[in-house]
Design a protein around this ligand. Structure first.
Ligand SMILES: NC(=O)c1ccc[n+]([C@@H]2O[C@H](COP(=O)([O-])OP(=O)(O)OC[C@H]3O[C@@H](n4cnc5c(N)ncnc54)[C@H](O)[C@@H]3O)[C@@H](O)[C@H]2O)c1
Length: 274
């Protein structure tokens, strides 16, 4: 169902790799709501994934950019404004990567070159993106910038590894840059803290299947899917959420405020005599 919530709005969507990607679902949903956008991803991901299919389906142009390269981002933002015919109303940062996670390197045995690369890709890239948008004055007033995060920024999930630290940094950047973007350009900046979701990045986390099933059993509404996340993101890009900013918004079926659920208790309670 479409409500035309994004009619006339222009944006940039980072991070659609394949059909499972949260950014992919969001791009489809934004398109349904009348928004137009440029798709972007790292040059290497463009070869691995199937982003061309999404571009075709949504009538979008792809401008490759490594989100750790300010030069690439400058070209991307200028190119998007030109391609879309005006300033930008919404941006989705849906990027995450840890080499330590990928290569099974334990949190207590980090290879710091990898840690640094992961921080650059997963967190600093958000600062770089906003700095380029800010300096080029590329955002329209009452625009909306969203990045995706995970609750490991606040609570311990041992296998999330150095991504936990990257997400804490990402969420802090949203607040710090969000202040200046709000004050100077009336642009809002938020992070969505999403349930575990079966995507390429998600499945890289050790023990992901158990993890996703546990979160589902703990949450009164069950895990939020990538599709649910796309819907929520559309609402944050729309004019219905103009005064929401500097927030980390949990989108997790209630997981973040749970202590324990009946379903999880059941696995631990000793069977009572009949
Ligand atoms: N899947 C989950 O369980 C989950 C939960 C909460 C938050 N998130 C977050 O959602 C976001 C999207 O991830 P996803 O789950 O859709 O997985 P995904 O693997 O589909 O998306 C990650 C994207 O990051 C891109 N990327 C990596 N390095 C890049 C670079 N240098 N420049 C530009 N792009 C680069 C990848 O190409 C890919 O498109 C990430 O920030 C992730 O941490 C995921």
């Amino acid at each position: 169902m479409s409500y035309n919530l994004l009619k006339g709005k222009r944006g940039i969507i980072f991070g659609a790799l394949d059909e499972n990607s949260i950014a992919w679902k969001t791009a489809e949903r934004v398109h349904e709501e009348g928004g137009t956008f440029v798709l972007t991803n790292a040059p290497i991901a463009m070869r691995m994934g199937s982003i061309n299919k999404l571009a075709e389906k949504t009538g979008s142009k792809i401008i490759p950019a490594d989100a750790t390269s300010v030069e690439d981002l400058e070209k991307l933002v200028a190119g998007a404004v030109e391609e879309l015919g005006g300033k930008i109303d919404f941006v989705l940062h849906s990027i995450g990567m840890s080499i330590n996670v990928r290569k099974g390197r334990h949190y207590t045995d980090q290879k710091y070159d990898w840690t640094q690369k992961g921080t650059d890709v997963s967190a600093m890239s958000f600062h770089k993106t906003m700095q380029v948008l800010y300096k080029q004055d590329a955002m329209n007033e009452w625009g909306s910038i969203v990045a995706l995060t995970y609750m490991a920024a606040q609570r311990v999930f041992p296998d999330y590894n150095d991504m936990a630290d990257n997400k804490a940094y990402l969420e802090s950047i949203a607040r710090s840059f969000g202040y200046f973007f709000g004050r100077d350009k009336k642009v809002r900046v938020n992070t969505i803290s999403q349930s575990p979701t079966p995507t390429t990045a998600g499945q890289g986390v050790k023990g992901f299947d158990g993890f996703i099933a546990y979160a589902d059993k703990m949450s009164p509404l069950g895990n939020a899917t990538a599709q649910d996340c796309a819907d929520y993101t559309v609402s944050l890009f729309s004019d219905l959420t103009k005064k929401v900013t500097l927030q980390n918004l949990f989108h997790d079926g209630g997981f973040s405020n749970m202590g324990v659920s009946d379903a999880v208790m059941e696995a631990f309670v000793e069977k009572e005599e009949e």
